[in-house]
Design a protein around this ligand. Structure first.
Ligand code: SAH
Length: 394
């Protein structure tokens, strides 16, 4: 076997690794034995030549993403062990089985596999690499995944066209690593939906809102619901099952609206309570006349990077203010941010500012976050990204 290349840290820069933080920044590196290729697995040593970690090398501000602190070989058997643990965790927390065949099997750092995301939809896995190392290892990971999932897995669709840096140089495409089914109907908490892993956003469906959709169901009875930024309509069909009086779904993308309609039809055929509108959120909120008393705001990430933070916070305030101005007295607002760069407190302040400037009396009923199959590695708080508030508007 080829000798792994070595990276040596500056004095003291091993501290965060001793606390199991999985990233090594470029500024921590003293020198390298030879220049590794992007995506290559490297061994990392302290300034005292002591082994400290093994990980994927990448050019950029995060230079190494740690796969192991135990000096293991990173091969198919390594990935099988990690995937088996991830699957076992999902079993133990009750995400697999029952009336649910949709879940996140691997959530990057949260499952000690930085740069890798795998979502399961019935017998299809959709795999995304967010690092060059995971892209390089994709075939090995696919084999390990098949081994761990056995007959339950028929398709593996690899979808990294938009998630990888330097994608031009990688000559990278989306495609099947196993099987070839292009569309399927998956089940979340007993509700059905089409997943389009070929063309859909992320891995095809936003599995991270499962618990929050369930909560919404409990507040829907008799309410007039506006599901803003509906995408595939997840919140809408939960609201319908919860007994909403009417449900309006809005998204600026016509394709999202078509998906929403198809999914509502799948669960509630010919149910006249639902209508969908392809419209910009801000415009819709400005012009709307319907007296909604349950509004969901689940916009795309307003800040993809730290430098966009100020504008993102203003965007959240502007959006939420419009909802506060229009929602009926006694209304309930589910409001979210999935920007990793925006933390819980900043989001809450942005929403607070919106409530104050709309002059409404607002109570926090719930503080929401990502579900258990999107775990946060306790040594990597950066893994927390989804934040939500359920608010009672007097
Ligand atoms: N709530 C969804 C996920 C939302 S993803 C779920 O539970 O699955 C964000 C959605 O916002 C995308 O579908 C995107 O098309 C839509 N979007 C982006 N900008 C928008 C805008 N200005 N107005 C309305 N929708 C917008």
């Amino acid at each position: 076997m080829q000798q792994m290349k070595s990276i040596f840290l500056k004095r003291g820069k091993e501290e965060s690794l001793r606390r199991f933080h999985p990233w090594i920044f470029s500024g921590a590196i003293h020198h390298m034995s030879e220049n590794p290729e992007e995506g290559e697995t490297v061994m990392v040593f302290t300034s005292e030549n002591e082994y400290i970690a093994t990980g994927h090398f990448q050019i950029g501000s995060i230079m190494v993403r740690v796969l192991s602190f135990d000096n293991e070989t990173i091969d198919q058997s390594f990935y099988e062990r990690k995937l088996a643990i991830a699957k076992d965790v999902r079993h133990r927390i009750g995400v697999i089985g029952g009336n649910n065949n949709t879940y996140r099997l691997v959530h990057g750092e949260g499952d000690n596999l930085p740069g890798l995301v795998i979502d399961i939809y019935g017998n299809t896995a959709v795999m995304q690499a967010h690092s060059v190392g995971m892209h390089t290892d994709r075939m090995t990971i696919a084999k390990a995944l098949k081994e761990v999932m056995g007959d339950d897995l028929k398709n593996i669709f690899y979808k990294s066209e938009t998630t990888l840096p330097y994608k031009a140089e990688l000559g990278q495409e989306n495609g099947f690593l196993l099987g070839g089914d292009t569309d399927d109907i998956a089940i979340e908490n007993g509700l059905k939906f089409h997943v389009d892993w070929l063309k859909g956003q992320k891995t095809g469906f936003f599995v991270d809102q499962r618990d929050n959709r369930s909560l919404l169901e409990h507040y829907s009875k008799g309410r007039k619901v506006l599901n803003m930024f509906c995408y595939t309509g997840g919140f809408s069909f939960y609201a319908m099952r919860g007994g909403a009086e009417l449900v309006h779904s809005v998204d600026s993308s016509q394709k999202a609206i078509d998906l929403t309609k198809a999914n509502v039809e799948l669960n509630f055929p010919e149910d006249s309570r639902h209508e969908a509108f392809a419209e910009d959120a801000f415009k819709f909120l400005d012009q709307m006349q319907t007296p909604y008393d349950l509004i969901i705001l689940d916009p795309p990430a307003f800040a993809k990077h730290k430098d966009a933070l100020r504008n993102a916070l203003k965007g959240y305030t502007r959006l939420n203010k419009k909802a506060f101005e229009k929602i009926q007295p006694g209304g309930i607002l589910f409001t979210f941010s999935c920007s990793q760069a925006v933390n819980k407190d900043q989001f809450r302040t942005a929403v607070f500012t919106a409530a104050a400037s709309a002059g409404r009396n607002v109570r926090i009923l719930h503080q929401l976050h990502q579900p258990a199959d999107h775990p946060i590695n306790i040594y990597h708080p950066e893994g927390e990204y989804l934040k939500g508030l359920v608010l009672y508007v007097e």
